[in-house]
Design a protein around this ligand. Structure first.
Ligand code: THU
Length: 133
């Protein structure tokens, strides 16, 4: 799957964004190491804190179908400026992705604003470390 196709999928997912509270539509798409792609949108709730981000929806859809590795993530927003995934989503993505996994951020025009890697965005994910480190 090419990057452009992944971004198209993330943008298509925007249409199902359930975001009546923030009105900030987010769509995400990931490529699993089985070669398949999975999409997600943000799903908000009247109890705001229960909101789930688009990235984690895409990731959990894939993992719940047996995928345990990702090579790329594309995030689309319905705004002029692209958005960087939140720390929680990066931590969850990092559970299943290597540092060189591609992360693409795109805006409402479908323009790729940033192409980076997971390792660039989250340099120190939560993990246990040795005391003498
Ligand atoms: N949101 C995402 O879907 N992904 C992120 O990485 C951060 C924020 C959503 C949550 C909420 O519905 C809206 O964007 C505004 O925060």
């Amino acid at each position: 799957m090419d990057k452009q196709k992944l971004t198209t999928l993330a943008r298509q997912a925007l249409r199902f964004s359930y975001s009546p509270y923030s009105k900030f539509r987010v769509g995400a798409a990931v490529i699993g190491n089985n070669g398949k792609s999975y999409t997600g949108t943000n799903v908000e709730n009247a109890s705001y804190g229960l909101t789930i981000c688009a990235e984690r929806v895409a990731i959990t859809k894939a993992v719940s179908e047996g995928v345990t590795g990702f090579t790329a993530l594309s995030v689309a927003v319905a705004h002029k400026r692209a958005a960087v995934p939140c720390g929680a989503c990066l931590q969850v993505f990092g559970e299943f992705a290597k540092n060189d996994a591609v992360v693409i951020l795109c805006n409402e025009d479908g323009q790729t604003v940033v192409e980076t890697t997971f390792g660039e965005l989250l340099t120190q994910p939560f993990r246990s470390i040795r005391q003498d480190r």
